[in-house]
Every structure is written in structure tokens, then in C-alpha cells.
Design a protein around this ligand. Structure first.
Ligand code: NDP
Length: 334
């Protein structure tokens, strides 16, 4: 078995030296355990937090221990009556090619014709549910709302915009980091307007893209984007604070929005959330999203890297915007 371990805690932007790939003897499965060959693993922004010594919402990775993250794999041996050989499973278990796991810690996935296993790490998985929960529960989206989403060309953001459009948004505006992403959002994904946040002050770009203001902001980025959204809100505007990736590599506390008094005068609500606390919405999510996919109403794109060796470059690229849609690493072909 080969696996990635954390070699050092980064100061600022992580580098390849913070990780090491090791080869280990694979233990035999005990009673209640299964052996899983990983097909595809996820790299996600929250993993940056797992590299730090401090407390984050996901358990930190220890130096010298296996790094773990979402992955989908095929059971190649089983000593559990609940999870048979051949089952497709989701586990918080890769960065590694093969894992011996407790059957109780995996979720058996349905085999959906025409749906690649990687979709369980994106549109049908944690990022998809995050988009759903943030938009519908936290931001209390309703038909007719004008919506702004940052990180719009990413896994979560591209779905937020599409869920909003499909549920009757009056306008969906997105921001992203390259002209190609902006083009993809407006020409293929169905955003009303989009802009590259490198093209000027975000507040000016947002005013130009949403001159009548916004009702809902889905924040993936924080910092200047959040301040701009507060400025652009109409009365009773609502934000779901999902992430703040512009500050994940910061070595000093990042400045807050300077226009917080607008929270009072415009009677805004800004609500942070962690998707894991909203598992009760998984039922409606799993009922409603697969049909949107199979009927072709959702545009889904992935950035796929090949092989366990490429997992670290994929993760470092994700933090720098090297992905459009969900970033995944394919570990084996079926
Ligand atoms: P993405 O697929 O959106 O990938 C991350 C993207 O962030 C990059 O593609 C890059 O795109 C963008 N980015 C990087 N640096 C900056 C910057 N300085 N300013 C603006 N954008 C930047 O990742 P996910 O969809 O998986 O996650 C999106 C956000 O949601 C993250 O903040 C993540 O932490 C959060 N999240 C929160 C969850 C929760 O439960 N609260 C659950 C899942 C995700 P670009 O080229 O546009 O810069």
C-alpha cells in the first residue's frame, strides 16, 4: 500500500516538502473489516485547515500519520456481512491506493448507470450538499432572488449558481479567477453574468454585474468579496458564509469587512455553517439532484488528475485555482 503522510506543517502556502509518499505493508482485515481499492480521491480546500496545528472544524492531520480525505473505492475483500466484496463505497480514507477499513465507517453507494464514481465526491457528495444547504437553508433562497456567488467556477460555487437558476433566481452573478472560467460560467453553466475578480476592485465589478443589488450572497472566498457583497445587498439581504479561501494561507489575522454597519442599516443576516451539521437535508438532496443530473439540467465539470503521485500537485493547484469544477485524483480504472 502507498499513502501520503504529512511531513511538516506549512507556514503560509503549502509546498511539496510538507508531504511524503510512503510504502507500507498492508495489514490483513480483521472481523468487521473490508479491503478497499480506491478508484478516485478528493482534494478539498478544508484540507488546508487539517494541515495546521490549531483547531479547525475537521480533525487535524498529525505529522507522520496517513492523511485522510473523501474517496470512492471498490471492496476487494470483505470480512463484514454488511459490506460485500464488489460494493462501491465512500470513505474518509484516502490519500492512499488501498485501505483496510472498518465496514461501519464506510457508506455503500448506489450504482447509478452513466454516473462516474467521482460524482459522489462532487455534485452528489459533500460539495453538492454544501451548495444545497447553504443556498436553501442558510441563505433562505426564494424564487425571484438576485444571487451572487464567489468561487463560482469551483465545485460548490458552480452548483450554487445552477440550483439558484433552476429554482427561479431573477439573476445569478458569479466571480472567478480567470477569463476562461468567466466564459464557462456565462456561456455553458447558465450564469446571468460573471466577472474575473482580478479585473479591479470587487465592489466595482459587482456593482457593474448587479446594478440593482443582490438578495443572496453565497461566500466561498471571504475578504474583499464579503465586503463587496455587504455593500451590494438590498434590504434584508441574506448570506451563507461557506468558506473564506482568500485567507486560508494567511499567516496573520485577515482584516474584516469595513462596512459592517450596513448589517444594521440594511437589516442583513450573515450565517456561517458547516455542512456536516445539516445531514438531515441529505434526503431531499438525494431525491432532487440525481434527476437534475440524468435529465441533463445540471452542467458538471471536473478537473481530473491521474495517479496517487499527482495528489499533492492536485491539492496545491486547487488552492491556486487550477481547477474548474471539482478537483479529483483518479487512482485506479475499473
Ligand atoms: P473549489 O472547487 O471552489 O476550489 C477552490 C477555488 O478557490 C479555486 O479553484 C480558486 O478559484 C479559488 N480561490 C483560491 N484562492 C482564491 C482567492 N485568494 N480569492 C478568490 N478565490 C480563490 O473548492 P470547493 O468548491 O470545494 O470549496 C469552495 C469553498 O467552500 C471553500 O472556501 C471551502 O473551504 C468551502 N467549503 C465549506 C464547506 C462547509 O461545510 N462550510 C464544505 C465544503 C467547502 P479561482 O480561479 O476562481 O480563484
Amino acid at each position: 500500500t502507498r499513502e501520503w503522510q504529512l511531513a511538516a506543517r506549512p507556514h503560509g502556502e503549502p509546498t511539496p516538502d510538507d508531504f511524503r509518499l510512503v510504502e507500507l505493508e498492508r495489514p490483513d482485515p480483521a472481523d468487521g473489516q473490508i479491503v478497499v481499492r480506491m478508484l478516485v480521491m478528493s482534494v478539498d480546500p478544508y484540507m488546508r485547515g487539517r494541515m495546521n496545528a490549531g483547531k479547525s472544524y475537521a480533525a487535524r492531520w498529525e505529522i507522520g500519520e496517513t492523511m485522510k480525505g473523501g474517496a470512492v473505492g471498490r471492496v476487494i475483500a470483505s470480512r463484514s456481512p454488511d459490506v460485500p466484496e464488489g460494493a462501491l463505497v465512500l470513505a474518509d480514507a484516502a490519500w492512499r491506493d488501498v485501505a483496510v477499513l472498518d465496514a461501519a465507517h464506510v457508506r455503500v453507494l448506489p450504482e447509478l448507470p452513466g454516473i462516474p464514481p467521482s460524482y459522489h465526491l462532487g455534485v452528489l457528495g459533500m460539495p453538492g450538499l454544501t451548495a444545497w444547504v447553504g443556498l436553501f437553508r442558510l441563505a433562505e433562497f426564494r424564487a425571484g432572488d438576485a444571487v451572487f456567488v464567489s468561487g463560482a467556477a469551483g465545485a460548490v460555487g458552480s452548483l450554487v449558481g445552477q440550483f439558484a437558476r433552476l429554482k427561479g433566481a431573477s439573476a445569478v452573478v458569479g466571480s472567478a479567477g480567470t477569463p476562461e472560467k468567466v466564459r464557462w460560467l456565462t456561456e455553458e453553466v447558465g450564469f446571468t453574468r460573471a466577472f474575473d475578480y482580478h479585473d479591479g476592485p470587487v465592489a466595482d465589478l459587482l456593482t457593474a454585474a448587479a446594478p440593482d443589488g443582490i438578495d443572496v450572497y453565497f461566500d466561498n472566498v471571504g475578504g474583499e468579496h464579503l465586503e463587496a457583497a455587504i455593500g451590494a445587498f438590498k434590504e434584508f439581504g441574506r448570506a451563507a458564509l461557506c468558506g473564506a479561501i482568500s485567507g486560508y494561507n494567511a499567516t496573520e489575522p485577515v482584516p474584516g469587512p469595513r462596512n459592517m454597519f450596513l448589517m444594521v442599516s440594511k437589516k442583513l443576516s450573515l450565517r456561517g455553517f458547516i455542512v456536516g451539521d445539516h445531514a438531515d437535508l441529505r434526503g431531499e438532496f438525494i431525491e432532487q439532484v440525481p434527476p437534475l443530473l440524468t435529465s441533463g439540467q445540471l452542467v458538471v465539470r471536473e478537473t481530473v488528475r491521474e495517479g496517487l503521485d499527482d495528489a499533492v500537485p492536485a491539492f496545491l493547484d486547487l488552492l491556486r485555482g487550477g481547477n474548474t469544477g471539482k478537483m479529483v485524483v483518479r487512482l485506479a480504472q475499473e
